[in-house]
Design a binder for this molecule. Structure first.
Ligand code: HEC
Length: 98
């Protein structure tokens, strides 16, 4: 099912690009990147169905301070940003266990 695939792709990208600073032990900015309820319901940085209004997505393409991941980490590629956009657009379903 495609929503499952989108969540699984987003999870893999978050682990690769974000987890180093937003995991259970190191919680930069108060964000645990795989804590779905925190992202969607508490901090509301992901708005299901509304990628353009989702702060998390905006941070990936931001051209100034506050961009994620912060420099000198490499930005996400266009394809990677598209995958996260798609996950949000399809309703930002919870991350599969593995
Ligand atoms: C090198 C460490 C590092 C990495 C990697 C990183 N972040 Fe962050 N992140 C931070 C820090 C530090 C803050 C808090 C300070 C700030 O807002 O700039 C933060 C804050 C945030 C916030 C909260 C912004 C707010 O308005 O409060 C979000 C959302 C976020 N990061 C998402 C991500 C995502 C998504 C990725 C991966 C694509 C990522 N971060 C990768 C260090 C990192």
């Amino acid at each position: 099912m495609s929503f499952w695939k989108a969540a699984s792709a987003a999870k893999a990208l978050f682990i690769r690009h974000c987890y180093g600073c937003h995991n259970h032990n190191l919680v930069k900015g108060g964000i645990r990147i795989l804590h779905h309820r925190l992202l969607v319901n508490v901090r509301k940085v992901v708005i299901p169905g509304r990628p353009d209004e989702s702060e998390l997505l905006q941070l990936l393409v931001l051209d100034s301070e506050g961009a994620m991941p912060p420099p000198p980490r490499p930005r996400l590629s266009e394809a990677e940003v598209r995958a996260i956009r798609q996950w949000i657009a399809e309703g930002a379903s919870p991350f599969p266990p593995d």
